[in-house]
Design a protein around this ligand. Structure first.
Ligand SMILES: Nc1ncnc2c1ncn2[C@@H]1O[C@H](COP(=O)(O)OP(=O)(O)OP(=O)(O)O)[C@@H](O)[C@H]1O
Ligand SMILES: [Mg+2]
Length: 521
């Protein structure tokens, strides 16, 4: 009985082994097809018959690829779902992590796929140095650290053809940010390879996705959460340095990955603005990016102030619909990032600005009253939150579907003077700010709005240095316009900022009757 039982077991085992081999072969065929599609190269040459695979040397890349296929096939759940196979004593034990890592590697997500497929071109099974990926989980910590160091050396030796191990070496696991020494090593490896190969950049950028950049306090938000605990702060700061300087190198552009550029729609003194289509949601946006590279932290921080002001104002929590919405008269803000040392800002797309040079049209009184009322509402909202725009002018007023919106918060500052003040376009600035009197920054915006409205009525640009008449509060008679309107405009450009109406006064002025409130451009 005992012998018979043994014989039966042995027969069952050999049947199981055969069935397992059949299943494995089917699985391998499927995987090969799948990998061929992923890699875009024929893989037959890397495969060997099962018998020779076992005998071949582990240093042979072809056999390592075969082993990889074997491992995946043996570890695939639907094969193991058979209790017979699952229970077989002679099944090769394959670490789950191998499968996940291998698949992660081959199914590289699109956002890290380099535009130039050099990596895949370098994947040549005939080359001695092309090694199959090895799970870092199987390596002890010391080995893992050594591999990182080795790879740094390797990259400088062979930067044009990084091996698969090098790519995997820059793992996304918990060891992503280890000791400060490791970070230094990382920085060196990035620095040395930056101009030569994009692959390390991709890998490091991936790390930065794992360890996001620092949380920056928004100075425009009164209730800014200064006490928020950031457990990764020290590590984040190091990461942010790398992030801001390397992202946007060859083949790794968030702008080009996420957006399709349609056309340039504007140019400012410091930036260019493009109409873009966001690939993932199919919607149109405006993306503004600085023309100059921002090499220094101070430059970056200054540029960021526009984003922070826009974020503090361009988002409004709407209880009715229980979501964030833009203020109707402030250009909507979506997102921002650094790329190639330039700041990118994704905004609501508007139809055009009220630039007098571009529009070349004379506004009627009802039309300018609509502009005045809507931008006064934007300013009331801005001033109520302790912020001054400081660059109100027709170029920075956009129109979308008949709604006027205030944009370009590049000069925004706090009314309490707690932030540096940089006045905007001199043509629209009142005398007091040119004399460095910053006590009534909200009234600076009122003067600039008055000067802008005056320009829209005249349909010709103000002189470069601004209108002396306006600064002295001397408004030329505006033929064909009501006295009520002319008096309001005169009050807005009063040389004494205290006597100028506030944004709230403007919004509530009886000149904007019921009809005016509903009127669109
Ligand atoms: N969201 C938008 N939708 C449509 N057009 C826009 C948008 N943002 C900017 N523009 C266009 O781009 C031009 C330049 O933009 P912006 O004023 O923000 O740049 P800037 O460099 O800060 O300008 P400035 O010279 O005023 O400092 C605007 O005058 C406008 O014509
Ligand atoms: Mg502008």
């Amino acid at each position: 009985m005992r012998v018979k039982s043994k014989t039966l077991t042995s027969t069952n085992n050999s049947r199981r082994t055969r069935r397992r081999r059949d299943n494995s072969n089917k699985m391998k065929a499927t995987l090969t097809t799948h990998l061929q599609v992923q890699l875009g190269i024929p893989l037959q040459k890397y495969q060997q018959p099962p018998s020779s695979a076992a005998a071949s040397s582990t240093s042979n890349p072809a056999s390592r690829f075969q082993n990889l296929l074997d491992s995946v096939a043996a570890d695939t759940p639907h094969i193991q779902s058979s209790p017979e196979v699952a229970g077989a004593a002679d099944v090769d034990v394959v670490d789950d992590k191998d499968f996940i890592l291998s698949q992660d590697f081959f199914c590289t997500p699109d956002y890290i796929t380099p535009e130039n497929q050099n990596l895949l071109n370098s994947f040549d099974g005939n080359k001695e140095n092309a090694q199959c990926p090895e799970s870092p989980e199987k390596l002890n910590t010391a080995k893992s650290k050594k591999r990182r160091q080795d790879a740094t050396d390797d990259m400088s030796d062979n930067h044009l053809s990084p091996s698969l191990d090098q790519l995997l070496m820059l793992d996304l696991g918990t060891a992503a940010f280890g000791s400060p020494q490791e970070m230094v090593t990382e920085k060196m490896s990035i620095g040395s390879s930056k101009s030569q190969s994009y692959v390390p950049q991709s890998a490091v950028a991936l790390r930065c996705r794992v360890m996001p950049p620092p949380c920056i306090q928004n100075p425009y938000l009164a209730e800014a959460s200064a006490n928020v605990v950031d457990p990764f702060r020290n590590q984040r700061v190091k990461c942010a340095d790398i992030f801001s300087s390397i992202v946007g190198g060859d083949g790794l552009s968030r702008y080009h990955t996420d957006f399709h550029e349609i056309q340039q729609i504007g140019t400012g003194n410091f930036s260019r603005v493009f109409k873009v289509l966001k690939r993932i949601d199919g919607c149109l946006y405006a993306v503004k990016h600085s023309t100059r590279q921002l090499h220094q932290d101070a430059q970056r921080q200054k540029a960021l102030m526009e984003v922070q002001a826009l974020a503090a104002l361009g988002l409004l929590y709407c209880c009715k619909v229980n979501c964030f919405r833009c203020h109707e008269n402030i250009v909507g803000y979506y997102s921002s990032w650094f790329e190639n040392e330039q700041l990118y800002i994704q905004m609501e797309l508007c139809d055009c600005s009220l630039s007098v040079k571009k529009l070349q049209k004379r506004f009627t009184e009802p039309e300018v009253l609509t502009v005045l009322h809507q931008i006064a509402k934007a300013l009331q909202y801005t001033h109520d939150r302790g912020i001054a725009h400081l660059d109100v002018k027709p170029d920075n007023i956009y129109v979308k579907n008949g709604i006027y919106k205030l944009g370009d918060f590049g000069c925004a500052s706090r009314l309490d003077q707690s932030l540096p003040i940089e006045e905007g376009d001199a043509r629209y600035m009142p005398q007091e700010i040119l004399n460095d009197n910053y006590n009534h920054l909200n009234k600076v915006d009122i003067f600039s709005l008055g000067a802008s409205i005056y320009e829209l009525i005249r349909a010709s640009p103000l002189p470069e240095s601004g209108s002396l008449y306006l600064r002295e509060g001397k408004l030329p008679l505006l033929a064909g316009h009501s006295l009520q309107f002319q008096n309001l405009l005169k009050a807005m450009v009063d040389p004494d900022p205290v006597r100028r109406p506030s944004a709230r006064d403007l919004v509530e002025n009886p000149i904007f009757g019921k009809g005016q409130k509903c009127m669109k451009a």
